[in-house]
Design a protein around this ligand. Structure first.
Ligand SMILES: [Zn+2]
Ligand SMILES: [Zn+2]
Length: 141
């Protein structure tokens, strides 16, 4: 079971659905297999910025994915959009790696949206600030 919040622009009807949590595929073994190949590929698909750092990090000793990872909402402080990205931390002894993602619209660095943070999204298509929000509970895998 996952939770998703759907944002629908009231003006142009563009829909943006943000998933939270993990699906059944998202096991630690799926990601750390083959020197974190799946994690690296997924990070690239999601527009990671610090990819070189990630590729170096996985070559360190005893690297593991910290519990509590999952899909989460990221926001662009520049163009006020919301994006779905994979939030995770890799740990090696006392070192830690956190992915930084790039906004696909303006190239700015996204930041994690805080759980109860009020954030005024702007529609990337029409610039409207008027959204209809609905929460969906479903199996999204
Ligand atoms: Zn719109
Ligand atoms: Zn942006």
């Amino acid at each position: 079971m996952g939770e998703a919040i759907s944002y629908i622009c009231k003006k142009c009807k563009k829909e943006n659905t943000i998933l939270y949590g993990i699906g059944f595929l998202d096991s630690p073994s799926y990601y750390d297999n083959n020197n974190f190949k799946n994690l690296i590929n997924r990070s690239i698909e999601e527009n990671i910025q610090n990819i070189d750092k990630l590729k170096n990090f996985v070559t360190l000793k005893d690297v593991h994915l910290r519990d509590g990872y999952g899909n989460d909402a990221y926001i662009c402080p520049n163009c006020k959009t919301i994006a779905n990205k994979f939030r995770y931390e890799l740990v090696s002894n006392n070192k830690i790696f956190i992915p930084k993602y790039k906004c696909k619209y303006c190239g700015n660095t996204l930041r994690l949206k805080k759980e109860n943070e009020e954030f005024n999204i702007i529609c990337v298509r029409c610039g409207s600030k008027d959204f209809e929000e609905s929460t969906i509970y479903a199996d999204w895998d």
